[in-house]
Design a binder for this molecule. Structure first.
Ligand code: ZN
Length: 285
């Protein structure tokens, strides 16, 4: 079992710890600062529902930030839920529809090399004929966990729209099933994968998106900093086929941003005065 010290830790405190590790690399000083300051500054909005002022913290948006990765998974949920509702939940192995696919590499010594290998292997896998013929699209996210053997277990969780995928022929032929063989060919020998049924839409999407948070939850701050550097500016979520290019539905905006130089901001300051006075008093106490 990997212990999870993060459970009891405030996400923003965790960010400070991660940023301390990030800072040691000159290239990431700026990012370390942004991470450390996540939600420290805020912007003011008007809530059109009740015309009240609301404050939202300026977020770092980084995946290693537990707070921002939760917000991010909500964004993705709204982006994909309507799309997946149009796809069937298959009643049999033969039917086309939604399935869970987990792709795993054999445990890796080096996190950086392992993650690179995963990205590369998945690209190869996608280009193979079997994949193109049978998998219409999907989305997924990558997870890295340190195992008891001290090696890195790197894998991706995917929600796919596919036709029948062969996971059974090994019983007949004695060789690996077709899907396993395809993944093995793409990874230089890592032939571990799982296919699972999907039961419902909301649950299936939540299951995949939870790995955006879970994918980093069990890492120590030092490991998170390492993960950050390796995955910086790289895709965190894989979308392909008919999941590619789906936009978030446009909803009427509930909150409107208020410029700090506007009259509205002045009235916000007035309305917030008693509360801010109290905050200051509490702080002095
Ligand atoms: Zn953040």
């Amino acid at each position: 079992m990997v212990s999870s010290p993060v459970d009891e830790v405030d996400p923003l405190l965790d960010n400070i710890r991660i940023s301390e590790h990030l800072e040691s690399n000159k290239k990431f000083v700026k990012q370390a600062k942004k991470l450390r300051n996540c939600c420290k500054n805020f912007e003011v909005f008007i809530d059109w529902k009740d015309s009240n002022f609301v404050k939202f913290g300026t977020r770092c948006g980084y995946r290693v930030c537990l707070y921002c990765s939760k917000v991010r998974s909500c964004f993705y949920y709204n982006q994909f839920i309507d799309h997946i509702r149009k796809i069937k939940i298959p009643k049999s192995m033969q039917q086309r529809g939604l399935r869970f696919l987990t792709l795993t590499l054999v445990n890796q010594k080096n996190l950086k090399k392992g993650i690179n290998l995963f990205y590369k292997s998945f690209t190869k896998f996608k280009r193979r004929k079997y994949f193109k013929d049978r998998i219409m699209g999907g989305l997924g996210t990558i997870e890295a966990k340190k195992g008891e053997d001290k090696l890195w277990n790197i894998h991706g969780h995917f929600l796919i729209d596919s036709k029948y995928l062969d996971m059974k022929s090994h019983k007949r032929t004695g060789k690996d099933s077709l899907l396993v063989r395809e993944w093995t060919k793409s990874t230089r020998g890592s032939s571990i994968l799982f296919l699972k049924n999907v039961r419902d839409y909301q649950g299936s999407l939540n299951y995949i998106l939870k790995y955006l948070v879970k994918g980093i939850e069990n890492l120590t701050p030092k490991q998170k900093a390492e993960f950050f550097k390796i995955t910086y500016k790289r895709r965190l979520i894989f979308t392909f086929g008919n999941f590619y290019g789906i936009r978030r539905p446009v909803k009427p905006k509930r909150y409107q941003w208020i410029s700090p130089f506007s009259e509205e901001y002045e009235s916000y300051l007035d309305s917030d005065k008693p509360k801010r006075k109290k905050e200051l008093e509490d702080w002095i106490d």
